[in-house]
Write a protein of this length. Structure first.
Length: 411
């Protein structure tokens, strides 16, 4: 079966990492991935770098000529990772997904949605659009039980399966691996016996159930978020201050967007505001390097702890064997952490904003546990193995043109 991967991903390091895991696992398992639409060759496993195609206009809704030719030669679409079935950012995202899926079906392509999340779907129109999208698919692997519960009434015929995020697959650096990093990056983790803590924050409180996406009305939506983000940044400042005072920790500020790609999505301006509050403290470091996906994962795997608002900043840490506290801005974070048995390490963004000392206390408790890395490894190892089997089984199922059984769906 000839697979093609057309989902638009630009700058989002979490989605890039998830796609890397999925495509790497499929390729290593013998699947034929003939083409991948991507912004940069370095986003892909080396074996697939000759298969890169440029995106077309309107987020690849209309691929360029060579992309259309590749779609016509393919037999199935592998729609990788991320979160498209949701309506809190914009209904237009659902409309876009519906249109591209409909175009793939017109070309005779089967569609495997691989290890995506779903939700929230809070509007009648959002739920209607999501149901229409699901009807166009052949098989859907969701990455958490909350997404599965949300979608199973929309796709009740056995095409829905429960799995895990694409980051929980083979091929990523783990703590202790001899992965070579550039010397300046490696030096970030040389803190002479003191803990090194990664920190990620993102813009939030700006999403709304509107038709027009945020990126087209940035000024209005940033203004909407400004007051609550100021309070959140003050809480983050408290967390950094306390971890510097109590643990003498080095704090590495990590954006989950590649620098200079999509400035309105980049976490770096917010992280710069945090760094500005610690301008005289050389142990609070803003990472500005444009690291390849595996280098970023290897760096995070060298941290002693990760505290992250973007979900994938924490999932990459856990995949690398590093404890991670998630400051969850939507239900998807709580759902995934509940599936992992790590609910105690997840805080709602409002909870973190108004009780930052609770985050500090949890960080201290984790750092004081000498078995913390072993605990994470023991948790993640079986998930990686199970997730790899689920992906390979889904591909075999798609190849037979058969949906999964209800028993498999409820695994």
């Amino acid at each position: 079966m000839n697979l093609i991967s057309p989902r638009f991903i630009c700058g989002n390091r979490g989605d890039i990492a998830s796609r890397y895991g999925i495509l790497n696992t499929l390729q290593r398992g013998g699947a034929v991935v003939s083409a991948v639409f991507a912004c940069r060759v370095a986003h892909l496993p080396q074996a697939l770098q000759r298969s890169v195609l440029p995106y077309g206009p309107m987020y690849n809704i209309w691929p360029r000529r060579q992309g259309i030719q590749a779609l016509r030669r393919a037999s199935a679409v592998i729609w990788t990772g991320g979160l498209d079935l949701q309506d809190d950012s914009s209904l237009l995202k659902l409309v876009h997904t519906l249109l591209v899926f409909a175009s793939y079906r017109l070309l005779g392509l089967r569609i495997l949605v691989a290890l995506q999340g779903a939700g929230p779907l809070t509007t009648p129109l959002g739920r209607w659009l999501a149901a229409r999208i699901l009807r166009l698919t052949n098989l859907v692997l969701v990455r958490d039980r909350g997404s599965h519960d949300l979608l199973r009434n929309m796709l009740p015929d056995g095409r829905l399966r429960l799995a895990s995020d694409g980051i929980f697959l083979p091929g990523f650096p783990e703590r202790g691996d001899p992965f070579e990093l550039p010397s300046g990056i490696e030096a970030l983790c040389a803190a002479e016996g003191r803990p090194v803590i990664g920190l990620n924050i993102r813009l939030w409180f700006h999403f709304a159930n509107t038709v027009i996406p945020y990126r087209f009305r940035r000024g209005r939506f940033r203004k909407r978020a400004q007051a609550r983000m100021e309070v959140f940044l003050s809480a983050i400042t408290t967390i950094v201050t306390e971890l510097r005072r109590r643990k003498n920790a080095r704090i590495v500020l990590v954006s989950m967007y590649e620098p200079g790609v999509e400035s309105w999505e980049d976490d770096a301006p917010l992280l710069q505001q945090i760094k500005d509050r610690f301008a005289e403290d050389s142990e609070v470091v803003l990472l500005t390097d444009d690291l390849p996906v595996l280098d970023l994962c290897a760096l995070i795997a060298r941290f002693d702890l990760m505290i992250g608002t973007r979900l994938h900043s924490t999932l990459i840490a856990l995949r690398g064997g590093v404890p991670a506290i998630h400051l969850a801005y939507t239900l998807k974070g709580h759902d995934i952490y509940a599936d992992l048995g790590l609910s105690d390490w997840a805080f709602g963004i409002d909870q973190a904003t108004f009780t930052p000392q609770a985050v500090v206390a949890t960080a201290e408790r984790i750092l004081s546990d000498p078995q913390r890395f072993n605990h994470v490894r023991a948790l993640v190892g079986p998930i990686v193995a199970t997730n790899e089997r689920a992906l390979q089984d889904a591909l075999r199922c798609l190849n037979r043109r058969l949906p999964g059984t209800s028993q498999e769906t409820d695994q």
